[in-house]
Design a protein around this ligand. Structure first.
Ligand code: NAD
Ligand code: UD1
Length: 338
């Protein structure tokens, strides 16, 4: 298949590009590089041994998206492009609604006009909001707190309406839990700008000596060790999930579905720190600090639907997630030190 990856130069898109290319698909990346670097393209070429086609563009540029869909005879779109920082989305909600929601509408209009009707959308477990029960299945009520989370839910609603209006669409919204880890080559991984907000990249920078110590946001939650529990999933497993989703939509007559992509296992902050220390052979100094506003005690997936429907389940262990994060961090973080 000829597959367009919006946001394909980013963290999850670049790992998915590797998996798709290794399966023999033609991958065309469409990215405005607002949160990624062009150097990832060379790295992808090194990993796959193939030339990477990349359009430098914004999904809000509908005519460019349309030209790309037509020129490359695109069969399916994997839509990763979006802004994703929760805190920033509260400071500048319009930027998030414009980029994520208006950007998706622009993409969908271009797809509709070219009769490209297969779409896999990067949604997030953040659409569930505060858990009413655990593990979270797809029937769990949705109630996102941040503008970022609201853009994800609004997009899902737009996709659902679109599928109702025309049943020939094949749309999958994948609700990712907490993607971590990196490709085994150590050539690509998560490379956040500035000080990381998320746990794993923060631990990596402490391990590498760029940051002094980790602040653990609260140890008085109602969890086994008092620290927050999440469902960390290896980014390569997540990438495989996209392949499974593509196979599924090609072989079933469902115009719109949503699905969790997680492992089903909860891991606490302290557990992750201990595993990372072991895998990286580094001490991670930490201190307990106040809870972070908006955080929840525990969140993990019921991933059964993905297995029942697509035969997909995560394979990689937390130790592999830590080891691969460290391998990537220790090769990529030198520039921050210089
Ligand atoms: P990322 O920031 O690394 O990748 C997103 C890519 O999209 C970047 O390369 C960026 O330059 C590009 N982009 C952003 N706006 C664009 C636009 N208007 N036009 C063209 N390109 C644009 O993020 P990621 O971690 O790879 O996440 C991919 C998707 O998955 C996002 O939609 C994100 O919201 C969603 N998601 C991520 C996580 C996570 O923890 N990483 C969790 C749940 C959902
Ligand atoms: C955050 C986002 C969520 C998004 C997800 C994946 C918030 C409130 N939520 O979720 O919307 O979908 O990232 O991108 O930002 N922690 C520390 N110290 C740190 C960083 C994190 O103790 O420096 C703790 C947190 O309190 C939490 C756990 O580590 O218990 C995981 O945090 P993080 O990686 O930010 O992910 P989420 O909070 O699940």
């Amino acid at each position: 298949m000829n597959i367009l990856l919006t946001g394909g130069a980013g963290y999850i898109g670049s790992h998915t590009a590797v998996v798709l290319m290794q399966e023999g698909h033609e991958v065309i990346i469409f990215d405005n590089f607002s949160n990624s670097k062009r150097s990832v393209l060379n790295r992808l070429e090194k990993i796959t041994g193939k030339l990477i086609v990349c359009i430098d563009g914004d999904i809000r540029n509908r005519s460019l998206v349309k030209q790309t869909l037509q020129y490359y005879k695109i069969d399916a779109v994997l839509h990763f492009a979006g802004l994703k920082a929760v805190g920033e989305s509260s400071e500048d909600p319009l930027a998030y609604y414009d980029n994520n929601v208006a950007g998706t509408i622009s993409l969908l209009m271009a797809m509709k006009s070219c009769s490209v009707k297969i779409l896999i959308f990067s949604s997030s477990a953040t659409v569930y909001g505060v858990p009413h029960y655990l593990p979270i299945d797809e029937k769990h009520p949705t109630d996102p707190e941040s503008p970022y989370g609201k853009t994800k839910l609004q997009i899902e609603q737009i996709l659902s309406d679109l599928a109702k209006s025309d049943s020939s669409w094949r749309i999958f919204a994948l609700r990712y839990f907490n993607p971590v880890g990196a490709h085994e080559s150590g050539l690509i991984g998560e490379d956040p700008n500035g000080t990381p907000n998320n746990l794993m990249p923060y631990i990596s920078q402490v391990a590498y000596g760029i940051l002094d110590k980790l602040k653990i946001y609260g140890n008085d939650y109602d969890t086994p060790d008092g620290t927050g529990v999440r469902d960390y999933i290896h980014v390569m497993d997540l990438a495989e999930g996209h392949l499974a989703a593509l196979d599924y939509v090609g072989n079933h007559n469902e115009a719109f579905s949503v699905m969790n992509l997680g492992t089903g296992n909860g891991c606490s902050v302290l557990e992750l720190v201990n595993l990372y220390e072991y895998e990286a052979s580094k001490k991670i100094p930490y201190e307990i600090s106040a809870r972070r506003t908006g955080d929840i005690a525990a969140c993990y997936a019921n991933p059964e639907m993905a297995f029942l429907k697509m035969g997909w389940k995560s394979k990689k262990t937390l130790r592999e997630m830590c080891f691969d994060s460290w391998r990537w961090a220790s090769t990529s973080l030198q520039k921050h030190k210089d």
